[in-house]
Design a binder for this molecule. Structure first.
Ligand code: NDP
Ligand code: GDP
Length: 333
């Protein structure tokens, strides 16, 4: 008999890739759809899965809607990917971030405990919980030191997952995923901001700001280092965690870290341009507190889940630039 999954954040980057992956495994896929004034299903459409998933209206901050969704679809597995996920916005909207990203996870755990305790649960935790890093390479045993309201909210959700595992025996897994990107990444994140700008500069297209043809690219701290992987690879690790005999916590990363500067170099070089001629450092994009460097140790995921990142940073960034070149060409055609 096929399994049923409920995904919160199904309209986000990971929600779309996870939907496609679970459908390929024969799952019946349901998603919690938060009400917005304009449609949010473009990623599901892009991957060709919109008409194959079932969408249930609901919001992470409304436990009644979560209970209703659980009763409606009776999932075997629940993936909590929904969140206010952009670090910079979490300083502007800290309470909303705490509600959606932190308390939202507790709402789901509590709803599962009450009406669907047999469901396995995945929490989308993050390397941002390591923040001001306490060890040069971060593993499941590295102490946390979050540096943003987002990181703090995610840490609450992470410990809530472990607490419900230990207190009530829920099958709750926490995946500490390092940054992962794709052509479906939100435009405000640095990789996608760069690949979109590269496409616009190369094609002589208008900037997104509406101030004429894009000539340069304003960024914040380009010395920050991240361990970037491909979202399509990372959703497979989420699923693998829920197939293990016992619930656990796993770091999911590539084990390589790169500066924003070098990521820019890769993106611009792919279209034959020199990033130094276009990138402008603009303090406007500095953050109140920065996470300078993240580098994950994915050894446990490899050993227990048989999971490894398949896509290199070069493959990832060139894939994203190519996708943005196609998008911008269509836009200006
Ligand atoms: P996105 O920002 O692309 O997607 C977030 C999703 O959450 C969207 O579907 C959004 O809906 C939904 N959402 C936001 N608020 C609510 C709410 N109140 N109720 C219901 N749904 C809501 O994130 P990603 O796909 O990149 O990431 C998936 C998860 O993994 C997130 O929790 C993120 O914090 C976490 N994570 C991501 C990493 C990454 O590098 N991508 C790294 C580590 C963790 P809508 O479309 O309507 O806005
Ligand atoms: P994060 O790791 O979840 O915060 O992912 P982001 O893609 O938003 O940021 C990654 C790193 O790039 C952070 O250290 C940012 O400070 C840095 N960065 C530098 N310039 C920018 C910028 O213009 N936008 C964003 N989003 N990040 C930037």
């Amino acid at each position: 008999m096929s399994k049923t999954a409920l995904i919160t954040g199904i309209t986000g980057q990971d929600g779309a890739y996870l939907s496609r992956f679970l459908l390929s495994k024969g799952y019946e896929v349901y998603g919690l759809l938060a009400r917005r004034s304009t449609p949010t299903t473009w990623r599901l459409q892009h991957l060709g899965v919109l008409d194959k998933v079932h969408l249930i209206d609901g919001d992470l901050t409304d436990i009644a809607s979560i209970v209703r969704a659980l009763l409606a679809c009776k999932p075997d597995e629940v993936y909590n990917l929904g969140a206010q996920s952009f670090v910079a916005t979490s300083w502007a909207q800290p309470i909303l971030t705490a509600n959606a990203t932190g308390l939202g996870a507790l709402n789901i755990l509590e709803a599962i405990r009450q009406v669907r305790p047999e469901a396995k649960f995945y929490q989308a935790s993050t390397s941002e919980m390591f923040g001001k890093i306490q060890e040069p390479v971060q593993s499941e045993r590295t102490p946390f030191y979050p540096r943003s309201p987002y990181g703090v909210a995610k840490l609450f959700a992470h410990w809530s997952t472990i607490n419900y595992r230990e207190s009530f025996g829920l099958f709750g897994c926490s995946g500490i995923l390092f940054n992962h990107e794709s052509p479906l990444r939100g435009i405000e994140f640095v990789t996608r901001k760069v690949t979109d700008a590269v496409a616009r500069i190369k094609l002589g297209a208008p900037s997104r700001d509406g101030d004429g043809v894009q000539k340069d690219l304003h960024l914040g701290n380009i010395d920050a280092k991240r361990d970037w992987g491909f979202a399509g690879d990372y959703v497979e690790a989420m699923w693998a965690m829920l197939q293990q005999p016992e619930p656990d916590t796993y770091v999911v990363a590539t084990g390589r870290t790169t500066t924003v500067r070098d990521m820019c170099r890769i993106a611009f070089e792919h279209v034959g341009l020199d990033y130094e001629k276009y990138v402008v450092v603009d303090p406007k994009f500095y953050r109140p507190a920065e996470v300078d460097i993240l580098l994950g140790n994915p050894a446990k995921a490899k050993e227990k889940l048989g999971w490894e990142a398949k896509t290199t940073l070069e493959q990832l960034i060139t894939m994203m630039v190519d996708a943005d070149l196609e998008r911008v060409k269509r836009e200006i055609a």
